[in-house]
Design a protein around this ligand. Structure first.
Ligand code: AHG
Ligand code: MN
Ligand code: MN
Length: 333
């Protein structure tokens, strides 16, 4: 690729900012801060395979330092990369029970960051792709320093959302509501380069469904019938990595449907609304796909708890609509 076509994420963000004269630049800096955190997390994720040498989480490494669990490390990296910038009013993380105020010694700003610092962490030890998911809202509370209410906003109010995939390469994919853009890290220069401009879900979509079928006995009858239909007369193929970011990224690129249904043991499913389903729903819908609870749009849900869970059906719009019809008990899938 000629050098002139090398677009770094910083350049892309500045170009995008120029398209919005009212932009203050705080948003551009915020996404650049997230990209920095992603590089730092990616560096540690790529070393995870060296745990025998570097020490296992909770133990000491060869230097006598306490080794952190990677998801707690990722949590800290994101917090420390953004807590002092003056761009955030507060944060919330999968790893923190309550919302995370900005330390008093730092100024606050107009944005709110919700994140899953490391998604799919059970896959670290088997070297399977894992990810980071982030969601950005505008502050809505009156006070100067952010409050829980700033974190409990419906997905349709997100100003940006995205994820980082630590896979065969490290990719950062995000949207600010004007399309979806993918950047791949070039480790030789430490830069995220624009590799997937304006990502849109393919038509016709690949006939792939992605769900953990070991829960089949716990599903509702309509859910079972729908998956039986997909693997039967509909002739779908099945792919399930067990890392949400990797499964959704593949679905975004090839088409298909990812499902994490409710079941008899988990009436709201397993995935969390605020920092898993909502941000991924914004990305996929911006790419022309659809994201649903199985009966209503993910982005319409008004959250009441930081860690509330939701069933998730996400991917090619036609397939998600089929799932909604099947779950409504419609005979015609
Ligand atoms: P996290 O590691 O952040 O807790 O998320 C794990 C999630 C998600 O990555 C994946 O889709 C799901 O767990 C897999 O769950 P099952 O093992 O029940 O299929
Ligand atoms: Mn997760
Ligand atoms: Mn996680």
């Amino acid at each position: 690729m000629p050098e002139s076509h090398v677009v770094t994420i910083s350049r892309f963000l500045v170009d995008q900012e120029r398209l919005h004269p009212e932009a203050t630049g705080a948003f551009t800096d915020l996404l650049s801060d997230i990209a920095l955190a992603a590089k730092m997390i990616g560096r540690e994720v790529n070393k995870a395979g060296l745990v025998e040498i570097l020490g296992r989480a909770g133990e000491e490494n060869v230097h006598g330092e306490e080794v952190q669990k990677l998801d707690l490390y990722a949590n800290e990296v994101i917090f420390k990369a953004l807590d002092h910038t003056g761009r955030l009013a507060c944060m919330a993380s999968e790893e923190s029970e309550g919302f995370i105020p900005i330390p008093e010694k730092f100024p606050t700003g107009d944005y709110v960051l919700l994140f899953d610092p490391l998604d799919g962490s059970s896959n670290i030890d088997v070297n399977v792709s894992i990810g980071t998911i982030f969601s950005i809202h505008r502050k809505v509370s009156e006070g100067p320093r952010g409050d829980l209410i700033d974190c409990l906003q419906a997905g349709c109010r997100q100003v940006a959302a995205g994820y980082v995939l630590y896979g065969s390469s490290t990719m950062l994919v995000y949207t600010t509501g004007t399309g979806v853009h993918g950047f791949t890290l070039d480790p030789s220069i430490g830069e995220f380069l624009l590799s997937h401009p304006d990502m849109t879900m393919p038509e016709p979509p690949a006939k792939v469904y992605s769900v953990n079928e070991s829960y089949y006995p716990r599903w509702s009858e309509p859910q079972r019938r729908f998956v039986d239909h997909l693997k039967g007369e509909a002739g779908f193929n099945s792919r399930y990595i067990g890392s949400l970011v990797a499964d959704v990224h593949r679905t975004l690129l090839t088409g298909g449907i990812f499902m994490y249904p409710a079941d008899s043991k988990s009436p709201n499913g397993k995935l969390r609304l605020l920092y898993e389903a909502s941000p991924l729903a914004m990305v996929v819908e911006q790419a022309g796909g659809r994201a649903s609870t199985g009966s209503r749009p993910i982005l319409d849900i008004e959250p009441t708890d930081l860690h509330e869970r939701t069933p998730l059906y996400i991917g090619s719009a036609g397939f998600v609509e089929q799932a909604e019809r099947a779950l409504a008990g419609g005979s015609k899938i």
